[in-house]
Design a protein around this ligand. Structure first.
Ligand code: RTP
Ligand code: MG
Length: 159
């Protein structure tokens, strides 16, 4: 291959890598505080309205063992035991959403961890009660998402 052609191929490849949509999946949990307030449907709807595709959905009551695995990264934090007790206190909804840059997009739609600081129009800004009862969880990276999804769903439950 001539030098010009090689360079052209290289440039085309770089452009392709840059423009290729980054399809990702993220685990979303609709936390216990949302359920008695009848917010599960509204939260799923908000994510779908932003173009995210629902790939898996179930309702479950997390036990402490699953809670400890899911939040293992926080095991040394002072809020850990409270967080485990809270997330395993009542039934929740778990979902997998898929889309371009889904992890980042979902975290934007959710708003920041503390509802008092979350922007109006975000799920936590509109519905969150306090830093513990903050209504939703969303994975914080593509790698974490894949690990978290495995804790909640078998491969044949994801569509
Ligand atoms: P999540 O994992 O639930 O999506 O929340 P996040 O990424 O926005 O926040 P993260 O730092 O991962 O914290 C996990 C959950 O722990 C509770 N938390 N409490 N008392 C506190 O200072 C405190 N800090 C965090 C929150 O419920 C948070 O969602
Ligand atoms: Mg987190």
């Amino acid at each position: 291959m001539g030098r010009m052609k090689k360079e052209a191929t290289l440039i085309i490849n770089i452009i392709n890598i840059d423009t290729e949509p980054k399809m990702e999946r993220s685990l979303v949990l609709i936390k216990p505080d949302a359920m008695p307030r009848r917010l599960a449907g509204a939260i799923v709807a908000r994510l779908e309205e932003h173009g995210l595709r629902l790939a898996a959905l179930k309702m479950l009551h997390m036990d402490k063992s699953l809670a400890r695995q899911h939040y293992a990264i926080h095991q040394d934090k002072p809020f850990f035991e409270g967080l485990i007790n809270y997330i395993s206190s009542a039934p929740i909804v778990a979902a997998v959403f898929e889309g371009e840059r889904a992890v980042e997009v979902i975290r934007k739609i959710m708003g920041t961890t503390d509802p008092a600081k979350a922007e109006p129009g975000t799920i936590r800004g509109d519905f969150g009660l306090d830093i513990e009862h903050n209504t939703v969880h969303g994975s914080d990276s593509s790698e974490t998402a894949e690990e978290e999804i495995k804790l909640f769903f078998n491969a044949n439950e994801i569509y």
